[in-house]
Design a protein around this ligand. Structure first.
Ligand code: PEP
Ligand code: MN
Length: 336
């Protein structure tokens, strides 16, 4: 349920209303937007008397919210969320960010060389997997703790904030100096992990599950937000369909649709969505055109020898070319 307040509500009446709602066991999410102040009520509102609240002097309107996601709902927070990642690095609300880097951290030389390459081409954040969720237990599993150390070294050298994936709650202490924690597609519904991330004061990049609906993605964001961490960035990375010519099928319509459903920033990963390097640029352009808040792109200095996902990785030069194409589109991108 949302309660839309009149301009400049009487403070005493507002405090009374909040105390009364809280006494019914409801959580309250206040959102002061450009045009109005909205109180989002979280919890079981079935016994709340809508007419009684509507009759209050300070109340403009009361609406029931049908969707099960509340904190993530655009109705609770009409303005776009802008998430601060580091000094001068924000995403959402017109701030477009490109996250780029290798699928996996492989060596000091590789991680630092790619960081400098993507920085020169205009990436705002650096990615690299240290803990890798691989389909085969015999495939390279990532450099783990050592990989995080190398990423932090690349952060120091390049000045770019870093994004890396967590796979297990017990590894979280290693992520203290990581700027954005990624939840991979395979862990999108690892609810215990999501609850734990809800207690952190750190941005979370939440990737859509391989066969998850948009509502399920938003319910996973809700798990993190319900714990108090509102810094959630959503990532469309393609879904499983009957088509096997591409690794996944990029659901471009999810971008403008998610942006009506939620106020959270939405980034697109054209690398995992296609699995094919030459499709990354056109899909990145398409994602920018339909209103994405950013991109996540895999870049490797030697894709042919990459230990993971070489076929979808761009060289730093191809990434720079993609950035030029995306930057040319951004001024014409669709805005809701
Ligand atoms: C990744 O970004 O490194 C990754 C494993 O992606 P996804 O979880 O989307 O498959
Ligand atoms: Mn990858």
């Amino acid at each position: 349920m949302i309660v839309i307040l009149k301009d400049n509500p009487d403070k005493r009446q507002l405090d009374n209303l909040i105390a009364w709602l809280e006494s019914m066991g409801l959580g309250i999410h206040m959102s002061e937007g450009h045009s109005s102040t909205i109180m989002g009520l979280i919890g079981d509102t079935s016994t709340v008397d809508v007419d009684l609240i509507n009759a209050l002097d300070i109340v403009e309107a009361v609406k029931r919210v049908q969707e099960p996601y509340k904190n993530a709902n655009r109705k609770f927070h009409p303005d776009d969320s802008v998430i601060k990642i580091a000094d001068g690095v924000e995403i959402g609300g017109g701030n477009f960010q490109v996250i780029a880097g290798p699928c996996s951290v492989e060596s000091e030389e590789q991680v630092c060389e790619v960081a400098m390459g993507v920085k020169a081409a205009g990436a705002g954040l650096y990615r690299g997997g240290a803990f890798k969720p691989r389909t085969s237990p015999y495939a390279f599993q990532g450099m783990r703790e050592e990989g995080i150390k190398l990423l932090l070294e690349a952060k120091e050298k390049s000045g770019l904030p870093i994004v890396t994936e967590v796979m297990d709650i017990s590894h979280l202490p290693l992520f203290e100096n990581v700027d954005v924690i990624q939840v991979g597609a395979r862990n999108m519904q690892n609810f215990e992990l999501l609850k734990e991330l809800g207690h952190l004061d750190k941005p979370i990049l939440l990737k859509r599950g391989l066969s998850s609906t948009l509502q399920e993605l938003l319910m996973s964001a809700e798990y993190i937000m319900a714990g108090g961490n509102e810094k959630v960035i959503l990532c469309e990375r393609g879904i499983r369909t009957f088509e096997t010519a591409t690794r996944n099928t990029l659901d471009l319509a999810s971008i403008p649709l998610l942006k009506t459903m939620t106020h959270l920033p939405v980034v697109v990963d054209p690398s995992h969505a296609t699995g094919i390097a030459h499709l990354v640029k056109p899909m990145a352009m398409a994602a920018a055109a339909c209103g994405a808040d950013g991109l996540m792109v895999e870049v490797h200095n030697d894709p042919a020898r990459a230990l993971c996902d070489g076929a979808q990785s761009l060289t730093p030069a191809a990434f720079a070319d993609m950035m030029d194409a995306v930057n040319a589109i951004l001024p014409h991108a669709f805005k809701r």
